[in-house]
Design a protein around this ligand. Structure first.
Ligand SMILES: C[S@@+](CC[C@H](N)C(=O)[O-])C[C@H]1O[C@@H](n2cnc3c(N)ncnc32)[C@H](O)[C@@H]1O
Length: 255
């Protein structure tokens, strides 16, 4: 049988290419969340050094520069041209970061060629991340590190909300999209479902953290960023077994 080469379809991130939407502006007023994410990465990568990291779906590179503390070279792999255009300005002078128009299911790199992958705030656009996890497992070398952050549908408040209605948090992805932008899916995931998919793709969880535990405009207003971050530091590992916070961080090892 003659094998024909099929070109993988590219899932474009149209929402992030819309000139009316500036993802960089989303971070104004979210300094606590941004610092809480850098805190989680620092904790998960403490004492480690990598040769080549990929920030998959890295947007305008919000976390790519931070990754250069841990990796000699960082590839910002992002399917939105608008985000890459913004990255050119945001990452000016960060010579260890190269920028590539790529999507997570087709990273166009040799198998086993990277030793660190970061995926933060991308999974809510991937209701079924099986092809993406499989591609990440392909490009990571055996023993390589995968840092994954995703929006947690089973966070404490949501469990209460479901509980008062006598229901359990669904294990399937929950659609949180608004009618305003139907161009791209928006879902929250159940940690147990994601961990099972990761296991099937060849990953083992080494460490979990509960992220952005104090994400509340009222708490931010009353206590300010620094106090919240002091408490966050204690809560990230403490609340991880409960999947308490709205964000879950996992450090995974490729088997
Ligand atoms: C909320 S932003 C997060 C950006 C960055 N990781 C951060 O934490 O600031 C989501 C990003 O995921 C990207 N994205 C959406 N679908 C993707 C896919 N299939 N593969 C890779 N990236 C994707 C979007 O273009 C966007 O830049």
């Amino acid at each position: 049988m003659v094998k024909t080469k099929t070109k993988k379809t590219v899932r474009k991130a149209d929402h992030y290419d819309d000139p009316r939407y500036n993802y960089q502006d989303y971070w104004t007023g979210r300094e606590y969340e941004h610092a809480a994410e850098e805190m989680a990465i620092k904790r998960l990568l403490r004492g480690k050094k990598f040769k080549h990291a990929i920030d998959v779906g890295g947007g305008y590179g919000r976390l790519s520069k931070f990754l250069t503390k841990y990796a000699d070279k960082v590839t910002l792999a992002e399917p939105s041209q608008q985000q890459l255009d913004m990255a050119r300005i945001y990452l000016k002078g960060a010579t260890q970061v190269d920028h590539k128009l790529l999507q997570a299911a087709d990273l166009q790199m040799p198998a086993g060629s990277v030793d660190l992958v970061l995926v933060a705030r991308v999974l809510h656009h991937l209701p079924d991340p099986v092809p993406e996890f499989s591609e990440i497992a392909r490009v990571l070398k055996p023993g390589g590190t995968f840092l994954l952050e995703f929006a947690n549908d089973a966070h404490f408040l949501n469990r209460l909300r479901y509980g008062v209605r006598g229901k359990k948090v669904p294990k399937k992805p929950v659609d949180i999209s608004t009618k305003a932008d139907p161009k791209i899916p928006f879902v929250n995931h159940h940690p147990k479902t994601i961990i099972k998919l990761l296991h099937d793709a060849g990953f083992e969880v080494e460490v979990a953290l509960s992220g952005s535990n104090l994400r509340s405009p009222t708490l931010k207003r009353i206590f300010g960023k620094n106090v919240l971050l002091g408490v966050e530091k204690v809560l990230q590992p403490m609340l991880a077994p409960l999947y308490f916070g709205p964000s879950v961080w996992l450090r995974l090892r490729k088997r």
